[in-house]
Design a protein around this ligand. Structure first.
Ligand SMILES: O=C(c1ccc(-c2ccc(Br)cc2)o1)N(Cc1ccccn1)c1ccc(N2CCNCC2)cc1
Length: 321
């Protein structure tokens, strides 16, 4: 028996479940992603041409049998991690700066259940290659800001849907076509996760007494989104000078020194490459490469920053479509 005087202000029996917090309202619709179970080969001709190999899946070229249109086909083992990747990517794929998913198939090959994801074919290649093509030079501030604006639009859309991408890097930013008309889009949701409380089920179980729950258990995992902001800071730094803020002495993938410098936020804007870059641009990078995630700029703060909006070519006139 629990005295009603003790416990929450609502003066009710904390053990009864009718006074549990209202069901966490998930701000994004549970995407009921339509998955075809007939063979993908019925609708698409799959070529041997491998377009790329992601960490968790191969991407090959395919053509729609009816229209002849070329698409990219990603093949994944149908395991929970792959399901989550495709679900989250599918939820976000309506956005202009996120690679679109057209179809998802669940097919079994030699007894192995596979997920086959038909995506738009990004023929313009990776942002990584365009940075490399500049050799050791860099983009102008206007070019850099236009690229950053597109990336930030995609991230703002994800963060508003309570999705953290968690693997933002030039290799995961692809252009739809070659040349300057290509649209930059974010892909590879292999590390993406939901950041809203809906991910934490136990809170809903009636026997749960939240007396002992630490703040971080109550969610949302507030730092997942901020790790995207750090990555955006590193991409912006590279765009403007051609090399990364943290690197190992001999170009090795990672070194103890590099890890220490990242952990302590030890980076500089070296001469001569940074001498003619604006203070506004450096301010954005300083706000993103904060080692304390709670101090780091949020995506809304970056989108409101004058460096981004100042360079934005056309005003966002509200279209009455
Ligand atoms: O790793 C890199 C590197 C250079 C460019 C990039 C790079 C990484 C990702 C993208 Br997307 C696009 C570029 O990474 N290093 C370390 C290293 C040291 C020794 C041998 C190989 N590599 C690097 C090399 C030179 C500089 N500079 C500092 C300022 N003065 C000019 C030279 C900085 C970093």
């Amino acid at each position: 028996n629990v005295e009603t005087t003790r416990g929450g202000a609502e003066n009710s029996n904390p053990l009864s479940n009718q006074n549990l917090p209202p069901k966490a309202h998930s701000s994004t619709l549970q995407s009921t992603m339509p998955v075809h179970s007939h063979p993908v080969t019925q609708d698409y001709k799959i070529s041997r041409q491998v377009l790329g190999v992601g960490i968790n899946g191969k991407v090959v070229e395919c053509h729609n049998r009816k229209t002849g249109t070329k698409f990219a086909l990603k093949v994944l083992r149908d395991v929970p991690k792959a399901r989550r990747e495709v679900e989250l990517h599918y939820m976000a794929s309506e956005h202009r700066h996120i690679v679109k998913i057209f179809d998802v198939y669940e097919n079994t090959y030699n007894g192995v259940k596979c997920l086959l994801v038909v995506m738009e074919c990004m023929e313009g290649g990776e942002l990584f290659s365009r940075i490399q093509e500049r050799a050791q030079s860099a983009f102008t501030e206007r070019e850099g800001a236009e690229i950053m604006y597109d990336i930030c639009c995609a991230v703002q859309y994800l963060h508003r849907m309570n999705i953290a991408h968690r693997d933002i890097k030039p290799e995961n930013l692809l252009y739809s076509t070659k040349g300057s008309s290509g649209v930059l889009k974010l892909t590879d949701f292999g590390f993406a996760k939901r950041t809203d409380a809906t991910a934490i089920r136990p809170l809903e179980t009636p026997c749960y007494t939240p007396y002992y729950a630490a703040p971080e258990v109550l969610g949302p995992e507030k730092y997942d989104k901020s790790c995207d902001m750090w990555s955006i800071g590193v991409v912006m730094y590279i765009l403007l000078c051609g090399f990364p803020p943290f690197y190992s002495a001999h170009g090795l993938p990672m070194s103890p020194g590099m890890k220490t410098r990242i952990r302590s936020g030890q980076y500089v804007f070296p001469s001569p490459e940074w001498d003619r870059v604006s203070e506004a641009a450096k301010d954005v990078i300083r706000g993103l490469l904060k080692t304390d995630p709670s101090e780091r700029l949020t995506i809304d703060q970056v989108m409101a920053h004058k460096w981004i909006t100042h360079y934005m070519k056309v005003p966002e006139t509200p279209l009455f479509t």
